[in-house]
Ligand binder design. Structure first.
Ligand code: S3P
Length: 185
């Protein structure tokens, strides 16, 4: 008989994933303060390293180049502890990113309906993928293709009808519980 050793997961960080406009950065900053962790936003790191905005990377080099930056950054995150990592909405699409995050973080997906996302993002212009003729249709289509990936997260937290503070409290609760009792992969 082969005895399988179950090694508990290391939950050293919190990773926030989810669609554009669900509040990952705002919630992430609040959670960071509560835990006295360090905040990292993958879009911000990519912008500071390349010296250009995400929208310019998309326009000049294409989405694939941006996804490559994200992929490399995710691998770097594995050496961190005490960090809240807020990720770009499409980061979960790249095979391997979610598994890599799960090797050191509790992966929490913030969730909202297409209509809510549309309401929250309609006056913003910095997201290249939402600069479409019909942004709501684009949100619906993108969300449909990403839903399965988002649902691979450890925890799904609805952001509907909740304040940033309430959402952060849910994330904190799940993180503290996971540190005591790490979820299975
Ligand atoms: C993207 C989401 C953006 C940014 C880029 C692509 C996506 O981040 O990474 O515009 O594919 O969903 P936010 O989710 O922080 O808006």
């Amino acid at each position: 008989m082969v005895m399988e050793m179950i090694v508990p997961r290391q939950i050293r960080n919190v990773a926030l994933v989810g669609f554009m406009g669900v509040g990952k950065s705002s919630v992430g900053r609040l959670v960071t303060g509560e835990l006295q962790f360090e905040f990292v936003d993958t879009d911000e790191v990519i912008e500071s390293r390349t010296g250009v905005k995400v929208s310019e990377i998309f326009a000049m080099h294409g989405e694939a180049a941006f996804r490559k930056f994200e992929r490399e950054l995710v691998e770097e995150m594995a050496s961190r502890s005490g960090s809240v990592i807020s990720t770009g909405g499409g980061l979960v699409l790249e095979p391997g990113n979610l598994a890599s995050l799960k090797s050191h973080a509790l992966v929490v997906c913030l969730w909202a309906t297409p209509d809510t996302i549309y309401q929250r993002t309609k006056h913003q212009t910095h997201r290249p993928l939402l600069q479409a003729a019909d942004p709501l249709a684009k949100i619906r289509a993108l969300l449909a293709t990403r839903e399965a990936a988002y649902k691979q997260s450890d925890v799904l937290v609805s952001t509907e009808q909740r304040s940033i503070k309430e959402i952060a409290a849910h994330v904190l609760h799940h993180f503290r519980a996971a540190q005591l009792n790490p979820p299975r992969l």
